[in-house]
Design a binder for this molecule. Structure first.
Ligand SMILES: Cc1cc2nc3c(=O)[nH]c(=O)nc-3n(C[C@H](O)[C@H](O)[C@H](O)COP(=O)(O)OP(=O)(O)OC[C@H]3O[C@@H](n4cnc5c(N)ncnc54)[C@H](O)[C@@H]3O)c2cc1C
Length: 372
């Protein structure tokens, strides 16, 4: 019999494990994959997430493996600036930086700190039932009873689907390729993330470490001509973009549809709570999905400092988190649509250039501020 079970060893489940460990609570994480080997891609940990990793004593480890990013620029396809957000001032104020890092490295740091004895791999949850406690059945035929359960099992969460019988997936009708490669970027791109907006397509890249560069490329689904090579879609972009795409090996590219989760009425039930993408998956346009999963874990930890009744904690947790998360999901969806316009781009870029950087910073600060 477990006191606490976490389903899913993604960034959300692993961060929660680290938080529960800080509280000296007994827990087991169940992960369907045979190893902690997330999709081969990079990820940006924004200042909100890095403040939490600082409290967990992991900030320096993550900074050392990743790459500090002081600004984010949106440009047109030829690197003509549309909008810039330089976060140096915010970094000083919050004593943390944005860090771009390989997902596998981040998950390794989080798992090592928990201790692998608390993570059961090859445990894919097949069913969950509430009797006096929760009965968890796994595809490998193992069965476990647990008093408290956290569903940290991602956007297609079985915990959510079986307990709450809800979860409508929204499809943004955009295809997203992500790639990793060894590449010498010119120095001016070393500590800044770039996103280039074209017509119905965009391309972003960031340096992850001494050698590694992570990129992503999106096109509107069904609207574009069918090219056989991804690079051909970006024929009208700066040569650097074409160079990065052409230099990436096919096996280092992954493709996904861009989806999110329509807001669900409640994230918790008796002794059970959803966190991260299972509760509130967002499109990636603000680079905040995982950061919000990390914030979820942090808030649960803060609430446990004053109350050991999990049901009270879960109720309070949802009250604290819902507004910020809904704001991010909705804003990210809108940004995703605007960034992929096929017509009127000149006007869009003109209007966006009128927005002062101070306004972008205000938005950034609203997001990186922790609720407690
Ligand atoms: C293209 C793209 C770019 C992104 N970039 C960023 C970014 O820069 N910054 C950012 O903060 N976020 C980003 N995100 C979002 C981020 O990837 C997610 O929000 C984050 O991974 C959610 O973490 P999670 O732990 O909640 O869920 P997941 O990462 O989905 O983890 C869920 C875990 O549960 C496991 N699992 C699933 N079902 C079961 C089961 N039945 N039994 C046991 N285990 C199970 C899975 O194997 C997985 O390990 C991006 C997303 C996309 C698509």
């Amino acid at each position: 019999m477990n006191s606490i079970s976490i389903i899913g060893a993604g960034i959300g489940g692993l961060t929660l494990g680290n938080i529960l460990k800080q509280h000296n609570l007994d827990f087991t994480i169940y992960e369907s994959a045979p190893e902690i080997k997330p999709v081969g891609a990079g990820i940006m940990m924004a200042i909100n997430a890095m403040q939490i990793f600082d409290k967990l004593g992991l900030k320096e480890k993550i900074e050392n493996v990743g790459n500090k990013i002081n600004g984010i620029s949106i440009t047109d396809e030829k690197f003509r600036l549309i909008s810039k957000t330089n976060v140096l001032e915010l970094e000083k104020k919050y004593n943390s930086c944005n860090v771009a890092i390989h997902r596998a490295e981040l998950q390794r740091i989080l798992s090592e700190n928990i201790g692998f004895e608390n993570i059961k791999l090859n445990h894919s949850l097949s069913s969950i039932h509430k009797k006096e406690n929760y009965v968890l059945k796994f595809e490998n035929e193992n069965e476990v009873e647990s008093k408290i359960v956290f569903g940290a099992d991602g956007i297609h969460s079985k915990v959510r689907n079986q307990i709450f019988e809800t979860g409508k997936i929204r499809n943004a009708k955009q295809l997203c390729w992500r790639g990793l490669l060894d590449f010498e970027l010119p120095e001016k791109y070393h500590h800044e993330a770039f996103e280039l907006w074209g017509k119905g397509k965009r391309f972003g890249f960031v340096k992850l470490s001494e050698k590694k560069v992570y990129w992503y490329a999106l096109i509107n689904q069904g609207k574009q001509k069918r090219y056989s090579n991804l690079v051909d879609y970006f024929y009208d972009f700066d040569p650097l973009v074409l160079d990065i795409l052409e230099s990436t090996l096919e096996e280092n590219i992954i493709l996904n549809e861009i989806i999110d989760l329509s807001s669900i009425p409640t994230w918790h039930s008796e002794n059970l709570c959803l966190i991260g993408d299972a509760a509130h998956a967002t499109t990636p346009n603000m680079g905040q999905g995982a950061c919000q999963a990390i914030e979820d874990a942090y808030i649960i930890g803060k609430l446990l400092e004053n109350n050991k009744d999990f049901n009270v904690v879960f109720d309070e947790f949802q009250k604290i988190r819902k507004e910020k998360v809904n704001y991010i999901v909705n804003t990210s969806w809108r940004i995703g649509k605007i960034s992929q316009w096929e017509n009127g781009n000149f006007l869009r870029n003109f209007l966006m250039r009128l927005i002062p950087e101070s306004q972008n910073l205000k938005l950034a600060e609203k997001i990186i501020q922790l609720e407690r």
